[in-house]
Design a protein around this ligand. Structure first.
Ligand SMILES: Cc1cc2nc3c(=O)[nH]c(=O)nc-3n(C[C@H](O)[C@H](O)[C@H](O)COP(=O)(O)OP(=O)(O)OC[C@H]3O[C@@H](n4cnc5c(N)ncnc54)[C@H](O)[C@@H]3O)c2cc1C
Length: 475
């Protein structure tokens, strides 16, 4: 039997994609930076099938590139160009297996779309708080494997904090069942934590037990023009107490990003009459419903009062508080369409950086200067999760430039930003991971000790380097 016939014997015709045209979407990444090649796209339907496929690959010395929704920003889900790998797509493993309302947990297969998980939780009067622009197509397996962040990290934590247990198929094909719904479990090394953020280099996540929270019953959302990133940080700092610790999102955006969204996303509209340099989208939410009646007191009223005070102090220049869900969704669309509008505009370079929140304003000032110095005429597009100190400190090409023309300046631009991040004690990848795009940067900016420990782990768990070779760290 050929390798492909052996695969077919495990996953059946439904689990194999071999036609070149059908394979194409699995072989390129969302940003269209890479075009890989593969022996086959394999789509198992069960954990046992995943295990059998991995065992076959071990025997035949074929590497595996795990893939979920293929929305990753770092090229981790795209196979190499040499055509010696399979892409193992988890998208057929898309069942919600259990929801425990009393225990606030949900057990899911790895290929469930994030939005489906959010909706299932909401239907059960619960919240699964992971929320990001790609939620309609990314999978929970990909979210956990990239330790995704998103727009509610400042309240609920990143993906690592939202999961209790995992089931993982190891690089030798064994199935590790760690599907424990335990909030406390100090029994030796934390294997679960190893796979969160491993980007498919240590094993394949097949199932997860997720944590749930009470569903918010009171939500206030506002769109604010602020004079500077420093004002944004101060606005957030005061909001924690003013909201009684109910701040769930705080997103900063520069005018350039808003211009790109208004230009490239049909239906997008500026909520404010005047143009401003900086904007903050602020959201507060609580599981407690607002009190009704004459003394109505909900988050919206509290937010309006707080923003009024902030205006007096000069922290806010203009603001609008959403009067209904549709208006709040329109504010969010302006924020969430930043990536899509950058893609439509043309070539861009992304820097998913973080520094401590207090240092963010100075970093922005120095970073913008560094970017303009590296390439006069470039268009910086800084936006992101100010409450996490995490900005997508992106750079759009000068208008009309081709990708090769722009990428010739890539090293100078990114080098300037990453050197600055390092000087600020920050991270060169706050939430998007390393994948393929930042392998060299990781090797450059992480210490030898850290790299040695990572390499030792990889060699111990995947001695044949079968899992997503060439991603995260070279062995
Ligand atoms: C418009 C847009 C907005 C985004 N916003 C955010 C954001 O706010 N915050 C954020 O953190 N990220 C964001 N992202 C990137 C984010 O990483 C992904 O959207 C998501 O977490 C990846 O899920 P996926 O299923 O698409 O994974 P993929 O892209 O398929 O894979 C990502 C990585 O995980 C590995 N992998 C996938 N599934 C498994 C599995 N079951 N087991 C082992 N390894 C696996 C892959 O090999 C790859 O290395 C955004 C992306 C887009 C396109």
């Amino acid at each position: 039997m050929t390798f492909v016939e052996k695969l077919r014997a495990i996953v059946g015709d439904k689990g194999l994609v071999l036609d070149a045209q059908d394979m194409h979407p699995y072989l390129t990444d969302w940003r269209e930076n890479y075009l890989g090649s593969a022996l086959a796209i394999v789509r198992p339907a069960t954990t046992e099938e995943v295990s059998a496929v991995v065992k076959l690959c071990v025997a035949e010395k074929v590497a595996i590139c795990p893939q979920g929704g293929n929305t990753g920003m770092s090229g981790g889900a795209t196979p190499q160009e040499d055509g010696r790998e399979i892409v193992l797509s988890l998208t057929r493993m898309n069942r919600i297996l259990d929801i425990d309302k009393v225990g606030y947990s949900m057990t899911v297969e790895a290929g469930v779309i994030l939005k489906t998980i959010q909706e299932t939780a909401a239907d059960n009067d619960r919240l699964f708080p992971l929320s990001l622009g790609a939620e309609g197509s990314c999978t929970i397996g990909g979210n956990l494997s990239t330790n995704a962040g998103g727009v509610q990290v400042l309240h609920y934590g990143n993906a690592r904090n939202l999961v209790m247990g995992l089931e993982v198929v190891l690089p030798n094909g064994d199935i590790w069942n760690g599907l424990r719904a335990l909030k406390k479990d100090n029994t030796g090394y934390d294997l679960r934590d190893l796979y969160l953020g491993a980007e498919g280099t240590l094993g394949i996540i097949t199932r997860a037990v997720l944590k749930l929270w009470p569903k918010p019953k009171d939500v206030a959302t506002s769109w604010n023009a602020v004079p500077s990133p420093a004002a944004a940080v101060e606005l957030l700092s005061g909001a924690y107490a003013a909201s009684e610790d109910n701040v769930t999102s705080c997103e900063l955006m520069g005018r350039q990003g808003i211009e790109l969204v208004l230009k490239n996303i049909p239906g997008a509209a500026d909520p404010l009459a005047d143009r401003h340099d900086w904007y903050v989208l602020l959201e507060w939410s609580s599981a407690r419903p607002p009190r009704e009646g004459a003394n109505q007191s909900g988050l919206r009223e509290k937010m309006e009062a707080y923003l009024g005070e902030a205006m007096e102090k000069g922290l806010v220049l203009d603001a609008v508080v959403a009067q209904n869900e549709a208006q709040a969704r329109a504010f969010w669309a302006l924020r969430e369409n930043h990536s899509e509008s950058q893609k439509r505009e043309g070539p861009s370079i992304k820097h998913d950086i973080s520094v401590s929140v207090g240092k963010l304003p100075d970093f922005v000032t120095e970073g913008l200067a560094a970017m303009h110095k590296a390439l006069p005429g470039c268009r910086p597009v800084p936006f992101g999760h100010v409450g996490d100190g995490n900005l997508h400190f992106n750079c759009q090409s000068p208008p009309g430039w081709t990708k090769p023309q722009f990428m010739a300046h890539g090293e100078a631009i990114s080098g300037a930003i990453y050197d600055l991040v390092t000087r600020y004690g920050g991270s060169i990848s706050a939430e998007h991971g390393i994948g393929r795009i930042k392998v060299d940067e990781l090797a450059h900016y992480r210490s030898k000790i850290e790299l040695d420990v990572m390499r030792s782990l990889k060699r111990a768990l995947d001695p044949q380097d079968i899992m997503n070779p060439g991603k995260v760290i070279r062995v």
